[in-house]
Write a new protein. Structure first.
Ligand SMILES: CCCCCCCCCCCCC[C@H](O)CC(=O)SCCNC(=O)CCNC(=O)[C@H](O)C(C)(C)COP(=O)(O)OP(=O)(O)OC[C@H]1O[C@@H](n2cnc3c(N)ncnc32)[C@H](O)[C@@H]1OP(=O)(O)O
Ligand SMILES: NC(=O)c1ccc[n+]([C@@H]2O[C@H](COP(=O)([O-])OP(=O)(O)OC[C@H]3O[C@@H](n4cnc5c(N)ncnc54)[C@H](O)[C@@H]3O)[C@@H](O)[C@H]2O)c1
Length: 719
């Protein structure tokens, strides 16, 4: 019986991406099956246990010359076939892969499969008929949700929505062959999505108007969600063939936009981080990760509690330690609340919450004697961290890895008090630690490659993106951020309002501007760090000029706000006024505006009107300028590392590719010229002086970003 079925999988290889070759082969095989009278039905499946991840993203740069445009015609060829076509989806069907499946008359998947149209996340829209077929299959609201978010839909949900016809425990190919046998001879017309009407809604017009606004708001300046919406909307008002034309037109518009280039760059940059290599050549090839069967977290404050939740998510049992009974109770309640919230979220998403492993809460350092890894997250004070690491080196077994979540402090200094500096490493999470994807993995002078491999593999098992970086004050992310914030403060001193600065950065694509983020994180956090550095507070030598430190411009305004108890959201006042302490509704604060006027008067600053361009350029170029210094110092191995850090740790708008990619798109000569201009106007702000490496790149004719790292290497090898 199977003889009269044809199973097409020859050209669908593992994690297959459609290239013109695959598309042509599929077309050829479908044509062959159509014309062979012995073939009664066709099952389309992938090889090696995967259906398809969609089009090969690396091919998009050459789409003009490629045969990509034929993918929709192959989908259409499949759909028009007189023989039942069944998609047997193993594990995943994304993008063009799902579009092929939508062209089939039936779709079957295994239980652990996921399907989706993630094109929106790489700045595109489904370009092989997905925006026209999916709404016909599952209705407009569900199609808008799936296409504008690009989310991965689990098989059970896809079955409920009607994307899949059947879900089987194990082998969907066998089930697909059975199904093909059952349906042979039945009419195929009703199964062809191109012939179906889009299901009507009583209030379609109003629904679409509201949905457009929601998509636009969520998009934050990203074009692809909005174009995805427009393409789905076209399915409601246009006949199928015209809808397909509209989809193509919008696809080409997105493809030629800088945003899709940036988003595809970000996709590959993130994946490149897994393949870390140190300047001395150490890498996965030379280092094995140690198993982490049990971990400990010290300090259950803002960060510690999220780190505990992240470890538990990776199914690692955790000892959670605090300094006193009261803090332990507070930390325990917070961790348990986090775990409950996570379980509730899973439940709401239709996933079965797993039975959580409950941490072992303790005050006793002795409970750490058998852990494989410790992550310390106590206050940002070097003396305290050193005291704890000394204790750990006495208590923990010799092979245990000792990690610190410090934001700025010197890994080598912390390692120096232990008996195992090669096992000391920075594991820097971002707040909220159970949500944010980024972990900076910081190696000190003596950190072993195996410790790096262990931390990287831990990051992956927690579902996070590890980026290996060198050791310096603030590492990569926070070192660059200091300059961004300095510019925001200086602009406010010079005449801008917090609202103006935030608006410009929000329009650029950040969800919140720097001042609003400062209020959210707590202005006291930076205040404590500046006090620690002796820039403010009791340690400040008498006679220090209020607006300069070590001959460089310094803004005392954030310190003054803290001295007045204005810590931001938590106290109800900061750069903005809030509805209540802990409130989220931010209003411009007339008191603060008055305070700024008084400050300028006291310090003889004549307020000037500052253009939006100046606000944007000074904030972003000064941050990227430090990125060039970081590259030149070898703290980040490549610009992709910096961009991955910024996108995933600091909510930098992904559709601009990250600070280094953005700078490359603006044009290095322009960035250099602007920095020179601002540096001349502000001689007491040395961070505006263009970095020598940026100057070198411009002198070299602004080579493409992917070549920058090799210019650093050649520069350093000549030293
Ligand atoms: C003249 C012009 C005519 C005009 C006509 C215009 C019409 C144009 C018609 C165009 C047709 C469009 C068809 C379609 O709509 C478009 C698409 O399909 S776009 C692609 C959509 N798919 C995706 O976005 C999926 C992206 N991938 C993932 O999300 C994940 O990789 C995964 C599939 C969920 C797997 O995740 P993991 O298991 O974690 O694995 P990794 O992510 O680490 O990936 C492993 C490895 O694979 C590489 N990779 C993954 N997907 C792709 C891909 N789609 N293309 C290329 N490479 C891919 C990834 O980079 C890793 O490799 P490494 O980087 O480590 O070497
Ligand atoms: N808050 C952030 O946004 C953020 C982001 C990344 C990294 N970090 C870093 O993480 C670390 C912790 O920051 P946080 O914001 O969670 O601080 P936090 O003040 O919220 O929490 C610190 C916790 O450590 C506990 N603690 C102090 N001394 C201790 C000891 N001897 N033994 C056990 N517990 C002790 C405190 O009781 C407190 O609960 C710092 O190094 C900080 O720089 C913070």
């Amino acid at each position: 019986m199977v003889d009269c079925f044809q199973t097409l999988h020859t050209h669908f290889n593992c994690l297959i991406y459609f290239s013109p070759v695959v598309t042509q082969a599929l077309e050829r095989d479908v044509n062959q099956a159509n014309s062979d009278p012995t073939v009664k039905a066709v099952v389309i499946c992938g090889a090696n246990g995967k259906f398809s991840a969609g089009a090969d993203i690396r091919n998009f740069a050459n789409i003009g010359q490629s045969k990509f445009s034929s993918l929709e015609s192959v989908v259409s060829l499949i759909e028009k076939s007189d023989k039942p076509m069944v998609a047997a989806i193993e594990d995943l069907a994304f993008g063009g892969g799902l579009e092929i499946a939508l062209g089939c008359h039936y779709r079957i998947a295994n239980m652990k499969a996921r399907v989706g149209l993630p094109e929106v996340t790489i700045g595109l829209l489904p370009g092989a008929g997905g925006t026209q077929r999916l709404p016909r299959l599952i209705g407009v609201p569900a199609a808008i949700d799936i296409i504008t978010t690009g989310r991965h839909v689990p098989a059970t949900e896809a079955l409920k929505l009607g994307i899949l016809d059947e879900v089987v425990e194990e082998n969907p190919i066998e089930a697909a062959i059975n199904l093909a046998q059952r349906v042979t001879g039945q009419p195929l017309g009703p199964r062809r999505l191109c012939l179906k009407e889009v299901p009507k809604l009583p209030n379609m017009e109003a629904f679409l108007d509201e949905a457009r606004l929601k998509v636009k708001k969520r998009a934050n300046g990203q074009l692809s969600p909005q174009m995805c919406f427009e393409a789905v909307r076209a399915s409601v008002y246009l006949p199928f063939a015209e809808g397909i034309q509209k989809e193509k037109q919008l696809f080409m518009y997105l493809l030629s936009s800088g945003q899709s280039k940036a988003l595809q760059y970000a996709f590959f940059a993130q994946r490149a981080m897994e393949k870390w290599v140190l300047p001395n050549g150490a890498s996965w090839g030379t280092a094995d990760p140690q198993p982490v069967k049990k971990a400990a977290v010290i300090g259950l404050g803002t960060m510690g509690r999220g780190i505990v939740a992240s470890l538990l998510k990776a199914k690692i049992p955790v000892v959670a330690l605090e300094q006193d009974k009261k803090q332990l109770e507070v930390g325990k309640a917070a961790v348990m609340a986090l775990l409950e919230r996570e379980a509730l979220k899973m439940h709401q998403n239709g996933q079965k919450p797993k039975k959580p492993i409950v941490p072992h809460f303790t005050l006793d350092f002795g409970a750490l004697k058998d852990v494989d890894l410790v992550i310390e997250a106590v206050f940002e004070e070097i003396a305290l961290k050193k005291e704890i690491f000394h204790k750990l080196s006495v208590i923990c077994k010799p092979e245990a890895l000792l990690g610190t979540n410090t934001s700025y402090l010197d890994i080598d200094e912390i390692a120096s008090v232990t008996d195992r500096p090669h096992k000391v490493i920075g594991i820097h999470f971002f707040s909220p630690a159970h949500i944010m994807k980024l972990v900076e993995i910081i190696y000190g002078q003596q950190t072993s490659p195996s410790a790096i491999a262990t931390a990287m593999s831990l990051a992956k098992s927690m579902g996070k993106i590890g980026v290996v970086v060198g050791n310096c004050f603030g590492f990569v992310g926070n070192r660059m951020l200091t300059h961004y914030y300095d510019q925001a403060y200086f602009l406010i001193e010079d005449g801008s309002t917090p609202e103006e600065v935030d608006k410009v950065l929000q329009e650029f694509g950040f969800k919140m501007g720097p001042l609003r983020v400062g209020d959210l994180a707590g202005l006291d956090v930076g205040w404590r760090i500046r006090k620690g550095k002796g820039q403010t507070g009791d340690a400040l030598p008498p006679g220090t000029p209020p607006r300069h430190r070590d001959g460089m411009r310094y803004s005392p305004i954030p310190d003054m706000l803290c001295e007045m108890g204005r810590y931001g959201e938590k106290t109800g006042k900061g750069w903005y006024l809030y509805d209540k302490p802990g409130g989220k509704i931010a209003q411009p604060d007339p008191w603060l505006h008055g305070f700024l006027s008084d400050f300028r008067r006291t310090h003889n600053i004549t307020a000037r009107t500052i253009s939006q361009d100046e606000i944007l350029e000074r904030c972003l170029y000064s941050l990227a300028n430090e990125g060039f210094r970081i590259l030149s110092d070898g703290i980040a191995s490549c610009p992709e590392a910096i961009d991955t850090i910024y996108i995933n740790g600091y909510a930098w708008p992904r559709h601009t590719g990250g600070p280094m990619f953005y700078t490359s798109q603006v044009g290095l000569p322009k960035v250099l010229a602007k920095l020179q201009e601002y540096a001349e106007a502000n001689p007491d702000i040395p961070s505006l002086q263009p970095s020598p490496f940026l100057q070198k790149l411009v002198a070299l004719g602004s080579p493409p970003l992917k070549e920058w790292a090799s210019h650093v290497r050649s520069q350093n090898s000549k030293l």
